[in-house]
Design a protein around this ligand. Structure first.
Ligand code: NAP
Ligand code: ZN
Length: 385
């Protein structure tokens, strides 16, 4: 057996873990750039916890709280400039994937001010400010990945920057921060985490280690699906979902994401559909495609969910996500071309070609024609069985 697995990020989880483990921040620098979105880091209490931990260590800080959802190039250059001007020598990211990803790129640019046109070049050297990541959503797993996903208007998509220097030195997980997350964001982010573990299993880079992690990540989400839908998650379940998200990150750090994420990026870039929701809308169609040649992989996804068919998963995901957005066939054709050209396709155990991607998109979004005897491109739920 051959296997490669790496996880350089130190992970500490527990209630009040930022204040309880604040000493772990001490060796990382003298002044932190704290990177957040507009309001949630304050609202959930994480910002206060971080500032208190830094103050107890005698470390200074500068807050940059201007990271929007799906951050772009201007945001990360602005944050890096703030870091340099304020003399910050490490970065603490608080938030969902958007602030965590933006903070990683700021940490790079603060050390290595690449011209903007070289941001997606792949040449990043080996230096970035040390990064601490404190997730406040249970979705992306960015706290344990080497990826930053940045909106790239030049390529009309969201582009992944991947470099080992983006692995945070430390991830601090406290599920109490999830208590303020809205039901909609919780649903979308949990579906993203589920997608990461699933995509680990259907990746051609899967290993026994990532399969074991992914099975656990999927099972943890599966145990919470009813309460997620009802909006009645307990504190223990929030802990399970936080853990599942980090596990999903550990998986994709080693397997990459697949064509499912590649397809979702256009839904986010062109239609403004949240990242996790975009993956969820396409999830069972993608698994249905994989099943045609690798039913064993789909079984590995369904077993930890205690489900015996894709129709069960399709039903749960459709109930969670509700009505789908309207997308024209011309748009679907454009999205298919973009997904087919994406690097993520190379990670698929069953790589779809452009026509197969279009067929999957159509199976999800094509309008169902009314009238007897009219053929429809859309799968009914039962066809996924
Ligand atoms: P997000 O864009 O970071 O946040 C979505 C919304 O949730 C924002 O309005 C945010 O408010 C709010 N929010 C966050 N934490 C909250 C809390 N505790 N209480 C209340 N509201 C809260 O969403 P995300 O789904 O976590 O991240 C998505 C991004 O991550 C995408 O850009 C995606 O491409 C990327 N991603 C990265 C990786 C990776 O490995 N790097 C993997 C998957 C996805 P504020 O704006 O006020 O904070
Ligand atoms: Zn994702």
């Amino acid at each position: 057996m051959e296997l490669k697995y790496a996880m350089p990020t130190r992970v500490v989880m527990g209630k009040d873990c930022v204040r309880a483990n604040g000493r772990e921040l001490a060796p990382l620098g003298t002044k932190a750039l704290i990177v957040t979105g507009a309001s949630s880091a304050k609202a959930c209490g994480a910002l206060d916890d971080v500032i208190a931990a830094l103050a107890a260590n005698g470390q200074g800080h500068q807050v940059f709280d201007q990271v929007p959802a799906n951050p772009g190039v201007d945001c990360v250059y602005l944050g890096a400039e703030v870091a340099r001007k304020a003399g910050c020598d490490f970065v603490v990211a608080i938030g969902g994937g958007s602030p965590m990803d933006a903070a990683k790129v700021m940490a790079l640019l603060a050390k290595n001010p690449l011209p903007k046109e070289e941001l997606f070049s792949g040449n990043y050297g080996n230096q970035a400010l040390p990064i601490v990541a404190i997730p406040t959503t249970a979705g992306t797993g960015s706290e344990v990945t080497q990826y930053a996903i940045i909106t790239n208007h030049g390529a009309e998509t969201k582009s992944g920057i991947a470099t080992p220097i983006f692995f945070p030195k430390l991830a601090l997980l406290d599920a109490k921060y999830l208590e303020s997350v809205s039901k909609r964001t919780m649903t979308n982010t949990v579906v993203d985490s589920l997608s990461h573990s699933i995509e680990g299993i259907i990746s051609n880079r899967a290993s026994p280690v990532t399969d074991a992690l992914a099975a656990r990540g999927i099972a943890l989400v599966g145990e919470c699906l009813s309460e997620l839908g009802a909006g009645t998650l307990s504190a223990d379940q929030l802990g399970s979902l936080m853990l599942a998200s980090t596990i999903g990150g550990m998986v994709i750090a080693n397997t990459g994401t697949t064509g499912l994420h590649a397809m979702g990026y256009s839904l986010t870039y062109f239609k403004g559909i949240d990242h996790g929701r975009a993956n969820g809308l396409l999830m069972t169609a993608f698994l249905d495609f994989v099943k045609t040649s690798r039913p064993d992989l789909v079984k590995k996804v369904l077993d930890p969910l205690k489900m015996s068919s894709l129709s069960g998963l399709a039903f749960v995901i459709e109930s969670l996500l509700g009505e789908k957005e309207k997308i024209t066939d011309a748009e679907l054709e454009k999205f298919s071309a973009k997904a087919a050209a994406s690097k993520n396709i190379g990670n698929c155990a069953v790589p779809p070609n452009q026509a197969e991607i279009l067929a999957m998109f159509r199976s999800v979004f094509a309008e169902k024609k009314a009238g007897p005897g009219v053929a429809t491109a859309r799968h009914s739920v039962i066809e996924f069985v």
